[in-house]
Design a protein around this ligand. Sequence first.
Ligand SMILES: [Zn+2]
Length: 187
Amino acid sequence: MPPPRAPSAAAALAARALARITAAAPLVHDRLVGAATVMTHTQHVLSTIANEAEMRRVISLVSGLDNPDLPRHMELYHSNCGDAVTLAIVPSDPATTISNRSFAMGIIRRLLLSISHVTRGERRRCPGCHKESTRESSRDDSLRSVDEFGDHMLGCKSSLPTRTRLWHDPLVEVWFMLARVAGLSCG
Ligand SMILES: [Zn+2]
């Protein structure tokens, strides 16, 4: 027997969307079936349920990628979850403008992808402190040495002056600027 025809094209699309959402977030169905006659904030409630289901799915995937003893992917994932600003900034001056190279590198790190590829037998070597990786993949490196994700490069002591110049000092300038805008005397 052919499936019943939807009363309208919009209803058919809505049914497909509901099937897609409830497959990912079954609680959406429970909420709709068990809802009162008059529902308030329905869109917000359903979005929250779907977002939480998606978050659980992502956390499960990230967890599967990590070394349980060194969950750097999970650490970075949670760290990035706290940043709702970077991708929303409208670049309007030097302080809010990111170079294409830095932007690409930031996105690569957010996606938990490798930025340093080596072939089997090769090792990564930090140009600053000359430390070498001990494994092809840092997932197998209990020493967390020179990794393929750039963590060592970001934290290496040899790059401290560069970090101070490029990160610390500009941040201090922004905080001073915000304090002055708020009417405080500083600087
Ligand atoms: Zn180093």
